[in-house]
Design a protein around this ligand. Structure first.
Ligand code: ZN
Ligand code: ZN
Length: 254
């Protein structure tokens, strides 16, 4: 069985009750942390020992997606520790960016516990039976779209992206699409080009033929019911709102 557990889903900023972006993917005894938004390290630790992670994927270095990576660094470097180094897959340029924040030169403990690997759109990383494929997002900084192919099926995560990215291509035929829906209402010429509307997320899920759409990264203050209605205007499959604790399983009857 493969499962996706939401650790936090608040778009752009954590709130008092919802961390920023972070997700736990578990498959066949392995666990991966997708995005380390503010507040998600503590949520992660409620589900697994962070020292047992098999990998981390950081979609991009906006703070709502990466700051809690330093929580894992402290845990592995100075705390209870675990199996090290943990592979951390990041977009181009992000390894230097994250290392600089930790003031980590080549021999620094940061690199002893975390193995930062920059991956390009179009590349695939294999970890045991799991294949992780990356696409390019449309965002102001280098940002990745991630597809996990497991023996149970495929889960695709948009990260942050505007329209026109590789998301449709990567999401084709996936069991689960975890897709950002930062904007509510119709897009017009003044709309921010680096995020999707809820309707666009729904329409993309329909075009890609996914079974379950999980909408996430709603800008804080948006009405979740309205966002779900807008997503449903474009998609008539299973529709789920990502909230901390939301868990989707594939490969086994729910
Ligand atoms: Zn974001
Ligand atoms: Zn972003």
């Amino acid at each position: 069985m493969t499962s996706l557990t939401v650790l936090g889903s608040s778009g752009g900023t954590p709130t008092r009750t919802n961390p920023a972006s972070g997700y736990l993917l578990e498959t066949d005894g392995m666990s991966f942390w997708m995005d380390a938004g503010t507040g998600t390290f503590m949520e992660l630790a409620k589900h697994i020992d962070p020292g047992t992670l098999d990998g981390v994927v950081i979609s991009h270095t906006h703070v709502d997606h990466c700051t809690d990576l330093f929580g894992l660094y402290g845990y592995l470097g100075f705390g209870p520790s675990g199996t090290i180094p943990v592979p951390v897959l990041v977009p181009p340029g992000a390894a230097d960016h994250l290392s600089a924040f930790a003031r980590a030169g080549e021999e620094h403990v940061f690199h002893t516990v975390l193995d930062l690997v920059e991956v390009d759109a179009g590349s695939t990383v294999k970890i045991d039976d799991v294949s992780i494929r990356f696409g390019e997002a449309v965002h102001p900084v280098p940002a990745l779209i991630t597809r996990f192919d497991t023996p149970d099926g495929a889960i695709v995560y948009s990260g942050d992206t505007g329209p026109g990215s590789d998301l449709l291509e990567l999401a084709r035929g996936a069991d689960v699409l975890l897709c950002e829906a930062t904007i509510s209402g119709e897009r017009d010429e003044r709309s921010y080009p680096y995020h999707l509307t809820a309707f666009e997320a729904g329409r993309l899920a329909a075009e890609a033929g996914v079974r379950t759409l999980v909408v996430t990264h709603l800008a804080s203050g948006l009405n979740p019911d309205r966002a779900l209605e807008e997503a449903a205007d474009g998609f008539d499959g299973d529709l789920v709102l990502a909230m901390p604790g939301t868990r989707i399983t594939i490969g086994e009857k729910l």
